[in-house]
Write a protein that binds this ligand. Structure first.
Ligand code: C5P
Length: 397
């Protein structure tokens, strides 16, 4: 089941590190290769010799190991794996991950990687329950980090509660589930997200309030169903999910070019809030403030990326999904927009300030397709994303 899979295993400094050799053995039995990384604290609980003997590979344990840097930089080390597993993931390692610290090899690898990450937390029950850990946990979840456990039970410190690391076989099962084919395995899906920035001059730009939260959640949900996701994002305020191909752009024109370069795809979801206009001739140098003289900006129309792709004569994606943010007559406007743009579905929502949807964590959408308008209950943006991903999977099946 795990044949040929390359796992980078980061072993943190907790008593549960004693389970690491067993975990490595079971992963190798199933055909995976394991590259072990031992933190300094981890080496207090389990020796590098034990780990390298079981893994059949050398243990990496120093950031400034110059030979390793020359042979295989730490960035390479993190990216050549199919999955990064952190077990045990201590409170300290989780805090470092949530904050983006990079002050030893393990944390640097975690910050440098674009590979999916699975953590198996292990810590004392009070440390687990502490608001700081729970805050970090929420951050890690929203960053798309997968998690197995912790279990509830008695601990090495004599206390009882949640915080025990999952057993090696449970971690193996979570790793296998990660690699199991989903309904979108083998499908390539494009997602646009975030705002665009349209320059006025080298320092000023025109933008909108899109955070990129809904587009990011959709990309993550599609990837979770096994899709190969190309995520074309403008300057969003939430980080892109892990495990997807991220293409960062600034302007609508750049977004169109990135979208065209990503084709062909099986489905495309256009969640970006693309600026409708750009400044016709952005100044190459900063426009000086001259007292009494106001600058005049002339606008040019931006390309409509959704309409361009929807109306492609050849190579059109099998399913094209657009979004419509409206403040009144949502269904009527969104239905007309679907016709005008030529897309298959429109995900419409009411963004009047009273709904609190713009910039919030919840969304209430209406899916408009050939079958008419289907109103979904108000739910979290992650839940909307999961439901939309299921529908995309159904349509491509
Ligand atoms: O026309 P409007 O901006 O309301 O349409 C919204 C939909 O069109 C969204 O799916 C958005 O991503 C897409 N769009 C686009 N390119 C534009 C403008 C909007 O892809 N220039």
């Amino acid at each position: 089941m795990l044949a040929g899979k390359r796992i980078l295993l980061i072993i943190g400094g907790g008593v549960a590190a004693f389970k690491a050799p067993d975990l490595i053995r079971r992963l190798r039995e199933r055909g995976a290769s394991v590259t072990p990384v031992l933190t300094a604290a981890g080496a207090e609980f389990v020796t590098p010799l034990t780990i390298s003997a079981v893994a059949g590979e050398r243990v990496h344990n120093a950031l400034f190991d110059l030979t390793t840097e020359a042979e295989m930089g730490h960035i390479q080390l993190s990216r050549s794996a199919d999955l990064v597993v952190v077990a045990p993931a201590t409170a300290d390692l989780m805090a470092k991950m949530a904050q983006g610290l990079a002050n030893d090899l393990a944390s640097t690898l975690l910050l440098a990687t674009d590979t999916p990450v699975l953590i198996a937390p292990a810590m004392n029950v009070r440390m687990w329950d502490h608001p700081a850990t729970q805050r970090n946990l929420a951050t890690l979840k929203s960053d798309g980090i997968a998690m197995v456990g912790p279990n509830e039970g008695s601990m090495a410190c004599g206390e009882y509660g949640p915080g025990r690391m999952s057993e090696p076989l449970e971690i193996v099962a979570a790793i296998e589930a990660h690699f199991t084919a989903g309904p979108l395995t083998g499908k390539r899906v494009l997602v646009t997200s975030g705002p665009t920035h349209e320059p006025i001059d080298p320092v000023r730009y025109i933008a909108n309030r899109s955070s990129g939260a809904q587009g990011t959640a959709i990309a993550r949900a599609l990837a979770a169903l096994g899709a190969e996701v190309v995520f074309v994002t403008g300057p969003a305020s939430v980080p892109p999910p892990s495990g997807v191909q991220v293409v960062k752009v600034e302007t609508a024109k750049e977004m169109l070019e990135a979208v065209q370069a990503a084709l062909p795809v099986d489905a495309a979801v256009f969640a970006a809030a693309v600026a409708d206009w750009r400044v016709a001739s952005a100044s190459g140098s900063k426009i000086k403030k001259v007292k009494g003289a106001l600058p005049t900006l002339e606008f040019a129309e931006n390309p409509d990326i959704l309409a361009t792709v929807s109306q492609m004569q050849t190579g059109r994606p099998g399913l094209v999904v657009g979004f419509a943010a409206e403040t009144d007559d949502v269904v009527a406007h969104a239905t007309a927009k679907r016709q005008r743009k030529g897309c298959d579905w429109i995900v419409a929502n009411d963004v009047s300030p009273a709904t609190g949807i713009m910039g919030g964590t919840e969304n209430a959408v209406i899916l408009i397709s050939d079958d008419g308008a289907e109103e979904w209950p108000r739910m979290g943006k992650d839940a909307v994303a999961a439901r939309l991903a299921e529908r995309v999977a159904g349509a491509l099946a």
